[in-house]
Ligand binder design. Structure first.
Ligand code: SF4
Length: 444
């Protein structure tokens, strides 16, 4: 009998959805699961992921019933009830979210009953079931947002046609989420829109309350939050624009700007002025880098991606369309539901390259490292775009590497993002700097 298991996980179990709540200011997750459950997910999504500790609530102060053996036998509802009461007393939160894991779900503890017992206008309490046997953290993220819509949101009195809610970016799972949203917000304001983002600094509940009043929703991802956009369309009649990636560099960023301006009837002048100004700046820096780039004689032209669909589509478009690189293999590791896979594959193949390359949907992040055993790396090396898991093989084999996906245990991200024109320059600098350190001394 052959046993197989997944290695080098890039998601967590669905309890990782708690990080979507932690990305919203003063939104407190109250855990009803084993202590190890949420400690585990914090290693992949929190502090050990680019040095991102959550605010307002650091993962170490997230309250939990710490579900144990007695609760399995007698049920844990009484202890959950007591914990929720204490949380309301001692945590100054705008919203509370009760989350259970596998064991509480199996014994059938009723979260709704507990939430209803404490419900009030000032301190809304919602609940969501995130047993790990149902899905991974990306699935958990979707469940948390669905719970907010289903249990908390009410229709708006007036619609603001210029307000756009931003979805698709999964906080923490996308390690650059925070800075990307800041840059995106600046861009949309410049174009004349009123972006409404719920994650990050100075946003929170007041922005959740504004969601039903939006003129439209923007989903900036290959597949995440598409179900949410459909739900909001059904519940509030809000239409949505789907752009399949977070643009990196001039080609995709210009495409994105033109697309959103056309969709929102913003006219062409502002968009074209912005594109011209930013392209001039981008190519100025690129021209200045050329002599150095050309000196990277052994720079590999082929690349492999081992990352989430969001990172894979964004990075592939930039690497092929702007840097002139060739995709060799793309591992998509976020456990995409089957119905989305053909669409995501088409997005990955929608690049300016006619040759063939592999697209592999798998949660087994270790397949890439295994594949290196069969690769001739003497001369024709590869660039690799992945996570901290790729650090050891790319260092050993001297493969140029850029970290683009969770987990990023050996990097501190600060306000880094690869979004937009500036992000393209940053990505290029990271790639060529790493290449210079690894490839220049290859002996042919
Ligand atoms: S799979 Fe279940 S038991 Fe395991 S960490 Fe996740 S919630 Fe806890």
């Amino acid at each position: 009998m052959t046993l197989s298991c997944t290695e080098q996980q890039r998601t967590t179990c669905s309890v990782g959805g708690m990080y979507t709540a932690l990305a919203i200011e003063k939104f407190l997750p109250i855990m009803h699961c084993g202590p190890g459950c949420y400690a585990n997910v914090s290693c992949t999504l929190g502090t050990m992921n680019g040095g991102q500790s959550p605010e307002t609530y650091n993962n170490s102060i997230v309250p939990s019933t710490n579900f144990c053996e007695d609760d399995v036998v007698f049920g844990g509802v009484d202890r959950l009830h007591a914990l929720v009461g204490e949380c309301i007393k001692y945590y100054d939160s705008d919203l509370y979210l009760i989350i259970d894991g596998c064991t509480a779900e199996i014994v059938g503890d009723d979260l709704e009953e507990v939430a209803n017992a404490f419900q009030s206008e000032e301190k809304p309490i919602i609940y969501t079931s995130l047993p790990g046997f149902k899905g991974n953290s990306v699935w958990g993220h979707g469940e948390v947002l669905a719970s907010i819509v289903d249990q908390y949101m009410k229709p708006a009195a007036d619609i603001d046609p210029l307000q756009v809610n931003i979805f698709g970016i999964v906080p923490y799972f996308d390690p650059h989420w925070s800075a990307t949203l800041d840059r995106l917000e600046e861009l949309l304001i410049y174009l004349g829109l009123k972006p409404n983002i719920i994650y990050g600094r100075n946003r929170g509940k007041k922005n959740i309350d504004k969601i039903p009043a939006a003129g439209f929703n923007l989903v900036l991802a290959p597949w995440t939050d598409l179900a949410l956009a459909e739900k909001l369309k059904e519940k509030f009649g809000t239409p949505y624009l789907h752009f399949d990636n977070q643009p990196i560099g001039p080609t995709e960023t210009a495409k994105f700007i033109r697309r959103i301006c056309k969709y929102a009837n913003l006219g062409e002048l502002k968009a074209e002025t912005y594109i011209k100004k930013e392209e001039d700046r981008y190519y100025y820096y690129l021209r200045r880098s050329y002599p150095w780039i050309y000196s990277c004689k052994n720079f590999p032209r082929e690349f492999v991606v081992n990352a989430s669909a969001a990172a894979a589509v964004s990075v592939s478009r930039f690497a092929v369309n702007d840097l002139g690189m060739i995709p060799k293999r793309i591992y998509v590791t976020d456990g995409i539901p089957e119905e989305y896979q053909p669409g995501v594959e088409a997005m990955l193949r929608d690049v300016e390259y006619d040759g063939d390359f592999e697209v592999i949907f798998t949660e087994d992040g270790g397949l890439f490292e295994d594949s290196l055993k069969y690769e001739d790396l003497t001369i024709r090396k590869l660039c690799v775009f992945g996570s901290s898991w790729e650090l050891v093989p790319t260092t050993k084999e001297k493969l140029p590497f850029v970290p683009v996906t969770t987990p990023l245990g050996d990097f501190m991200l600060g306000s880094k993002t690869y979004f937009g024109y500036e992000g393209g320059l940053t990505f290029m600098a990271d790639l060529y700097s790493d290449a210079a350190n690894k490839v220049i001394d290859v002996q042919i």
